[in-house]
Ligand binder design. Sequence first.
Ligand code: SF4
Length: 238
Amino acid sequence: METPKREPLLRELKNYLTHLKDVGYTEIPCEAELFANAQQRATQPSQSPNEMAKSLTAVQKELGDCTRCKLSETRKNIVFGSGNPKADLVFVGEGPGADEDEQGLPFVGRAGKKLTEIIEKGMGLNREKDTYICNIVKCRPPGNRDPEAEEIAACNPFLIQQLLAIKPKVIVALGKSASSTLLGRTVPIVKERGTWHEYAGIKLMLTLHPSYLIRFYTLENRKAVHEDMKKVLKELGR
Ligand code: SF4
């Protein structure tokens, strides 16, 4: 077996420990404890919808002008996420592209237009009012390459907190990277799309990424995404 390189591992460990310190831990908790604490923060009975929205703002504040991974060296803007902070439905993509990096907003380029079409024409929902959209990494990987494991790991604590602050009824993972990150294993997306899973107690649907749909614009792929979104609408009671 190939020995993992020491530097990326040390950098990842340092990021993780810094994050734990930032959110108030004095010792290393187990993963179940992390989830439970974040979930508890997101579901305080005394929290009003405004306070819940504020907790999403708090996550963004904690992220700050992040330099936890090397994507900070090449990005123009951090793309935190956009939409309704109390949405029942959250879409999670892979990472910002050039247009998103320029504007600091997720899914505003060609793939974004396709996603808006799926949400508005296909599902009959309003993108801004009915959904929240974010990515597994919040800074653009140069040249639109796939985000590296180290970058995903550095950004992941913020994705977890973001999703638990919104606490939607359904999360839709767009494509292989988002599905694999949320499930913690390599997901063969073409085979597994359309299947239900669970993420921290929230229903999780896997589907094709809008960029993949644009690249392979076949009737079969369009039908597949349509079927997946029909399942999501049913789960939402729409
Ligand atoms: S991708 Fe995430 S962890 Fe990396 S610099 Fe951007 S915000 Fe920070």
